[in-house]
Structures are given as C-alpha cells and as structure tokens.
Design a protein around this ligand. Structure first.
Ligand code: PGA
Length: 259
C-alpha cells in the first residue's frame, strides 16, 4: 500500500510575503487531512520562511531544482547539502527545466544521485511532448527518461514493498501542463502501468517498482483530481497552478485522502 502524496509546485510565483500569506491559508485545512503526504515546493527564496511556518505540522517542504555538485564555482546554483538543511523533497527534471534550461536525462540522473546521497527525496518528472504524443512515441520517450534518468542509483538498504521507496516519479505529459487540458485518468494510469513501473522493475526489481509513488501532473484541479486518484497506479498529484489557490489545493489533497 503506497501512501498518497500531493505536492504543490509553486514555480516562479510568490515573494516571501506572499508565500507567508498563502501558507497561513493552507495550514489549517491541510493539517486536518490525514493519510496523505502533503508537500509544498515554493521558490528557493521563500523556503526558509515557509519552513518556519510549517514547524510543528506534518506538512513537508520541497525545492524545485538543484545542482548535482555539492559546492563549486557555479554562479546562481544551489546544491543538495544546502537544500538538505531546509527541506525533505526536491523536484527534478521538470519539463520546464528540460525545455528552457537545457536539462537532459543525463543531468537529471546526476541530480537524482546527488539528492539521494544527501537524504533528499527526489520527485522526478517525466512526460512526452505533444509532438511525441501525436507521433505515438509516448512509451519510448518516457521509458528512456526513466531508464537513463534513474540509472546507477544507490538506493541504500533494500526497500520492501511495504515501504515507500526513497524517490517519487511524476508523470506529467508536457501538453497537459498549464494548458487546462489534462490527460485522461485512464490514459495516464496506462502509461504508469505499462511504461513507468516496468522500466523501474527492469532497473531495480519488481518490489522496488511497486514501492515507488507515481504522481500525475498536468492541469490537476479540485474538480478532476478524484478521477486520477481512483486509478490503481496513480498515487497522488504534482499540482502547479491550482497549488497557488488555498481552497483549491486543500480540496485536491482532500480528494486524495478519500481515495
Ligand atoms: P499545472 O502544472 O498543474 O499548472 O498544469 C503542473 C506542473 O508543472 O507540475
């Protein structure tokens, strides 16, 4: 049984003051929901302030990116040891980073390795573009993203199927992100069942593949979230736009608790 997880990806939204406001609206509602892991991923600049507001709650904190090196002359970058002081999760390989900042399966792989080494749980994003989808290449692309992006990981002590694995996958079809055009729940479930879990099993065995939480992401809203959460292979959601509205995000987490 995999514990549901819902993460809010705030992207490049919210100053510190705005982040404090949103978190103060989120905490009472989110705290009241049991049985779902709840994660907020604000921009780097708001991590410390949000962390202070989440103290004493079970709501977890995540970052949206990091560099693979521990330290060095990499102006503008942030490393895993820096994040490990602040948060528990880090989103890696988001399609916006792949599209606008040149991230590749190889760089994602180095980042995932660094995150695990420093005790951060990576939320690794995979997903095909519209062009790839229409060309019937979804399985090939997502399989490559998993097999290369997650190769050679040091996963520590063997994880039984009863435990959640130390990494999370988010299946986010690029054409569904921020477009208001979500994938069908059945379609997303099929990609997880026939591409993502089999690729994980090839890498690290069936027990591991079954222990990994796989989220859906792309235009998840309060009114469509439950359709995804009833799917057997989908364990939660990575939410962008709707995570910036307190009532909407709380309703999505609530839907995950019911399923
Ligand atoms: P969206 O973004 O919910 O705004 O479509 C999802 C994401 O980018 O993680």
């Amino acid at each position: 049984m995999r514990t549901a997880l819902v993460a809010g990806n705030w992207k490049m939204y919210k100053t510190i003051a705005e982040a404090r406001q949103l978190v103060s609206e989120l905490v009472p509602g989110l705290q009241a929901i049991a049985g779902v892991e709840r994660v907020l991923c604000p921009p780097f600049t708001a991590l410390l302030a949000v962390r202070a507001l989440l103290e004493g709650t079970e709501i977890r904190l995540g970052a949206q990116n990091m560099h693979w090196e521990n330290a060095g002359a990499f102006t503008g970058e942030i490393s895993a040891p820096m994040l490990a002081e602040l948060c528990q999760y880090v989103i890696l390989g988001h399609s916006e980073r792949r599209t606008y900042f040149g991230e590749t399966d190889e760089s994602v792989n180095r980042k995932v390795q660094a995150a695990l080494l420093h005790g951060l749980t990576p939320i690794v994003c995979v997903g095909e573009t519209l062009e790839e989808n229409e060309a019937g290449r979804t399985a090939e692309v997502v399989r490559r993203q998993i097999k290369t992006g997650l190769q050679r990981l040091n996963l520590g002590e063997s994880e039984g199927p009863e435990q959640s694995a130390p990494l999370v996958i988010a299946y986010e079809p690029v054409w569904a992100i921020g477009t208001g055009r979500a994938a069908t729940a059945e379609g997303a479930n099929a990609v997880v069942a026939t591409v993502i879990r089999p690729a994980l099993a090839e890498l690290y065995g069936e027990a591991f593949a079954q222990a990994v939480r796989v989220l859906y992401g792309g235009s998840v809203k309060a009114d469509n979230a439950a359709e995804f959460f009833v799917q057997p292979e989908i364990d939660g959601a990575l939410v962008g736009g709707a995570s910036l509205k307190a009532a909407e995000f709380i309703a999505i987490v609530q839907a995950a608790a019911v399923e």
